[in-house]
Design a protein around this ligand. Structure first.
Ligand code: V47
Length: 369
């Protein structure tokens, strides 16, 4: 039996077997293939070479310190203007209470992001991180996207290096991958004209890596972007990873239109999401981890994505994150128990491994298999 009825995939499979790097044209051909099974098989082959059957998850919680934001992104249903009745900024005390609950529930990570809020003094951030770190030294603070860092450097008139150092000193341990959206113009300006450019996002990620902070990377897909935009995005990330090597994980984010200025769009379907995960695994040959983010994919599609190159399901998350609730396809529900995640992974034929943010195994939580 021939590997694929798509001749392009047969040629790409050969390149992968020979350990050759895929290029832009390969990326386009992968996205355009109709042979989903063969694409999945290729991605699964690479995933098993890297990780075998191990599939990671973590116990975490998201905390969104403010929903007030000046960026006005078309795909976002979370942000508010400061005068809107449901605009909020959490106090440090509230942050500590949320972290306390997270730690009691076994969380090893707090994922902290918020809007670009011009009402906050720089001291708010320093107090936030240093208070959390002082009270919960064992809790990993994965905080602030490159877009927030760009805003802070400009707004508080700090050099990038100075800013990163101050945040590290205050307790930030690593950075999440949000804000990358789609790097290519003119698409980026059409969906988030007030955010920093793709080049700036990558520059800041490189500076974090050089300062010893690991970061993640994302791509928002399924809105107005083209296949070319997606491949361009992935190759720019690959290039940055070649240069500074500090990306831990890539997370394709499925656009969820409800409640946004792009609510007339359908969002990506299941086949598109599986293809995007698989192509990411194949193009990003220098990324160890590809995350199937179940909040946006839905639990069952995220589980299926484990056969299409993903080796991470993200976390238990738990309720109380306004941002995750705004884009959750699970009817606004954003929590899973550890047992539920382990069951999803095992039922897909993989071995569940609880990890911390830096992908170290957490003792006593591996699956039965
Ligand atoms: O930057 C916003 C996206 C991101 C919508 O680093 C939306 O481990 C879909 O980056 N539909 C924030 N997506 C979330 C994020 C993330 C999530 C989980 C893990 C990690 C990690 C990072 O969410 C934003 C934007 O790209 N987003 N609105 C929406 N309506």
């Amino acid at each position: 039996m021939r590997f694929s009825f798509d001749e392009n995939l047969n040629k790409i499979a050969q390149k992968i077997e020979n350990g050759e790097r895929l290029d832009f044209e390969d990326g386009i051909k992968l996205f355009k293939t109709d042979d989903l099974n063969a694409l999945g098989k290729l991605a699964d082959f690479v995933r098993r070479q890297k990780h075998g059957r191990a599939t990671y998850f973590n116990v975490n919680r998201h905390f969104n310190y403010t929903n007030i934001c000046i960026a006005d992104c078309k795909f976002c249903g979370f942000y508010r203007r400061s005068r809107q009745p449901d605009a909020y900024t959490h106090t440090i005390e509230e942050a500590l209470e949320i972290a306390e609950r997270a730690v009691t529930e076994g969380a090893t990570e707090l994922h902290i992001v918020g809007g670009l809020n011009t009402k906050l003094p720089f001291s708010y951030y320093i107090d936030l991180f240093s208070s959390l770190k002082r009270r919960f030294p064992q809790l990993h603070l994965k905080a602030l996207t490159m877009v927030e860092l760009d805003f802070m450097a400009r707004f508080y008139k700090l050099s990038d290096e100075e800013l990163i150092e101050k945040l590290k000193q205050a307790g930030v341990d690593s950075c999440p991958g949000g804000g990358a959206e789609i790097f290519a113009e003119p698409t980026r300006s059409r969906i988030c004209s007030h955010k920093c450019s793709g080049e700036r996002w990558l520059e800041l990620a490189g500076k974090c890596h050089k300062a010893g902070l690991k970061t993640n990377a994302t791509m928002l897909y399924g809105h107005i972007e083209t296949i070319e935009d997606r491949v361009d995005h992935l190759l720019k990330l690959r290039q940055q990873q070649d240069e500074t090597g500090g990306f831990q994980c890539f997370i394709p984010l499925a656009f969820y239109p409800k409640g946004t200025a792009l609510s007339h769009l359908p969002g990506p379907d299941g086949v598109d999401s599986l293809k995007t995960i698989a192509v990411s695994r194949l193009l990003l040959d220098n990324f160890d981890h590809i995350k199937a983010y179940w909040v946006m994919l839905g639990k069952h599609l995220a589980q299926t994505a484990l056969h299409f190159g993903a080796n991470d399901l993200d976390g238990t998350i738990t309720e109380g994150s306004e941002l995750t609730e705004s884009y959750s396809v699970e009817n606004g529900k954003v929590s899973m128990t550890k047992q539920e995640i382990i069951r999803l992974i095992e039922n897909a034929g993989f071995e569940a491994v609880e990890r911390d943010t830096l992908y170290r195994r957490v003792q006593n939580t591996v699956s039965r298999t």
